[in-house]
Write a protein that binds this ligand. Structure first.
Ligand SMILES: [Cu+2]
Length: 637
């Protein structure tokens, strides 16, 4: 049952890469930083009949010629095997490639100056050296021309191969690596700092006695789960959606609709992480340049991992594999990359009529979960989409893994971070995600309103000063569409279809309920503020353009700034048109000692709730627990 948004299969990846190699024999060793589905026109998804697709299958490929340091974009028609377009893209750097990251250790170890610098910092044994890559942004590096393709690299010392290297960062030492030449282009060095004294391991063998008083908690669904999987299309209760892993955006959900009686109603056309930035707030030699764009600079989606039953997911699980091209153009299968299951979620609704002492009416809430976990260097990012019985959609990012660290001398209290272990500073930083939400509330043409709950001043018509109104302000033009959260007014943004009304005569809508969090803290005059402009506002609205997928532009690596801040200069009208909402959310992470040596999950996200989309509570027909295999409710255990 092919869906127009299906990811490329292994055969399709191989065919696209072969077609480019054949068509471009002048490239001796093309690299393929990005191979993804060339999204067909939205109409092919809207017209999809559930069984077949007439969409032309096409691959979009970024090709990098390391010899000439040149970047090309290609499109390949997969039916004919023809390269239908081939464009040189000047003045950009494609994302940092995994193969480049894997080369770093050898480059450092083979460079006599780098080895001598390591020795000055007390590192003699290079066998267990760990080298981490850091995208370099646009800050100038003395002696290194801006046009070179470089990453910076930090060193960590391990005592054995599985040792947590972040316990012993080599302080005041950064290598600048030319990825094309495979050389050390510069060394940024300050006074040596002693290695922190403690190791930081968290595996079962390292942590000592384990607690023994946790009894089994098992989830049984003797009749199996209540959802069906057909290719990448999932149906659960009234919901239908398409899921896949994109090499840049990671877990993507699209073509989300709800069966309301006989009507299948569209809600979201496509939802994806358009970018995420992790800027560090420490001014030291080791950290002043660190601000990674995990999607555009590192291909977030390619870092997706395989999930295991009973650990990452419990219960009746169904998995989907991901197929992603490596940089040689070879398809790689990541088994069980997407996990799907149902969870009990407490009560859905309840009321006990105390006057009659009748049994309470209560229903259990249950949610369908689709998730994937990405490991980017030291951090894990779990992306979880939840679909509920009452029409709510929720996104949650779970942040875990290991915090970044910096060595400090004994007795030093860090100014821009927290000591998490002796002589080990975890610098302050932010995790700012941007979710691209291509709404389609009962059709493509929607309008966004900012809704504030406002108390009215006392006066005629409000003599006691208690009046509360919902102030609805339409966002009519892109020039007015940089918005901020306001917890004092419980601000939400409502996406409505003004041509479709509910039984009360109001336009149908869904509202975006933000999880109130920070925006970018870097100074507005900083390089980063230009490069991560999307993160300076919680919400942006644009008119749909198929070329606008990534909030910081398609090539943020070593780029001075592109993306949404440029697009909105077109000042397109946003009234009754195909709008895209871009929501920035995240956290300012001031590390705690409890985040070391591994960080308990931190949760950030947002909800999309029906707001007049339905005529009433759409979950009235959820049966009581006893009617779906659960125990009868009983007063005592
Ligand atoms: Cu963090």
């Amino acid at each position: 049952m092919p869906h127009p948004y299906d990811p490329l299969s292994a055969d399709e990846i191989a065919a696209a890469v072969a077609a480019i190699r054949t068509a471009r024999p002048e490239l001796p060793d093309p690299r393929f930083p990005l191979v993804r589905t060339d999204l067909p026109p939205k109409e092919t998804v809207r017209g999809w009949n559930g069984t077949d697709t007439t969409a032309r299958r096409s691959a979009f490929v970024v090709v990098y010629d390391r010899c000439a340091s040149a970047t090309f974009e290609a499109r390949v028609d997969l039916a004919s095997g023809e390269v239908t377009s081939w464009t040189h893209v000047p003045d950009v750097q494609p994302s940092i490639m995994i193969e480049e990251i894997m080369e770093l250790e050898a480059i450092v170890k083979q460079d006599p100056d780098a080895v001598a610098a390591l020795a000055r910092h007390g590192v003699e044994n290079l066998d267990l050296l760990q080298i981490d890559p850091w995208s370099t942004g646009t800050l100038p590096i003395e002696g290194v021309a801006a046009r070179r393709r470089v990453v910076r690299a930090s060193a960590y010392v391990r005592e054995f191969p599985e040792d947590n290297g972040y316990a012993r960062p080599v302080g005041n030492l950064v290598f600048v690596i030319d990825c094309d030449e495979k050389t050390v282009a510069a060394i940024q060095e300050g006074d040596p700092i002693p290695l922190p004294p403690e190791s930081g391991n968290y595996d079962v063998r390292s942590v000592g006695a384990l607690r023994t008083d946790l009894r089994p908690l098992e989830i049984h669904q003797p009749e199996g789960p209540s959802f069906t999987v057909s290719g990448n299309v999932i149906e659960w209760q009234r919901w239908r959606l398409h899921v896949h892993v994109d090499p840049v955006e990671g877990l993507v959900v699209s073509d989300i609709s709800y069966l309301d009686g006989e009507r299948r109603r569209s809600i979201l056309h496509r939802a994806s992480i358009s970018e995420m930035v992790v800027p560090y707030g420490d001014t030291s030699n080791d950290f002043y340049f660190r601000n990674v764009f995990d999607a555009g600079e590192y291909n977030l989606g390619k870092t997706v991992g395989s999930l295991t039953l009973g650990c990452d997911c419990v219960g009746e699980i169904r998995y989907l594999d991901a197929v992603l091209a490596d940089e040689g153009g070879t398809p790689q299968v990541i088994r069980n990359a997407i996990c799907m299951h149902e969870e009990d979620y407490g009560i859905l609704w309840k009321h006990w009529n105390f006057r009659y002492q009748a049994d309470a009416e209560v229903r259990r809430s249950r949610r369908f979960v689709v998730s994937a976990i990405h490991t980017i260097g030291n951090y894990e990012y779990g992306f979880f989409w939840y679909f509920y019985l009452d029409g709510t959609i929720q996104f949650e990012a779970k942040l875990t893994g290991i915090v970044q660290t910096r060595a400090v001398a004994p007795g030093v209290t860090p100014e821009f971070g927290t000591l998490v272990a002796p002589q080990l500073d975890a610098p302050n930083h932010q995790h700012l995600f941007n979710m691209r939400l291509d709404f389609e509330v009962d059709g493509p043409n929607n309008t966004v309103y900012e809704v504030d709950a406002v108390g009215m001043p006392m006066g005629p018509g409000n003599p006691y000063g208690n009046a509360i109104v919902a102030r609805k302000t339409p966002i009519t033009n892109e020039r007015d569409a940089r918005r901020s959260c306001n917890p004092s007014t419980a601000r939400t943004w409502k996406i409505v279809n003004r041509k479709a009304t509910n039984r009360l005569g109001e336009p149908v809508g869904y509202k975006l309920v933000p999880f109130v969090g920070p925006t970018l803290l870097a100074d507005e005059n900083s390089d980063l503020a230009r490069r991560a402009e999307f993160a300076r506002h919680h919400l942006w609205v644009t008119r749909y353009d198929p070329g606008e997928l990534h909030a910081a532009g398609d090539y943020p690596n070593q780029h001075p700034g592109a993306g949404i801040g440029e697009w909105v200069k077109q000042e397109r009208s946003l009234v009754d048109t195909d709008v895209v909402v871009w929501h920035t959310f995240g956290t300012s992470h001031l590390p705690r000692p409890e985040d070391w040596p591994i960080m308990p999950c931190e949760y950030v996200g947002f909800s999309l709730k029906p707001a007049g989309f339905f005529d009433r509570n759409p979950s009235l027909d959820v049966p009581p627990p006893s009617k779906h295999g659960g125990d009868h409710c009983h007063a005592t255990g």
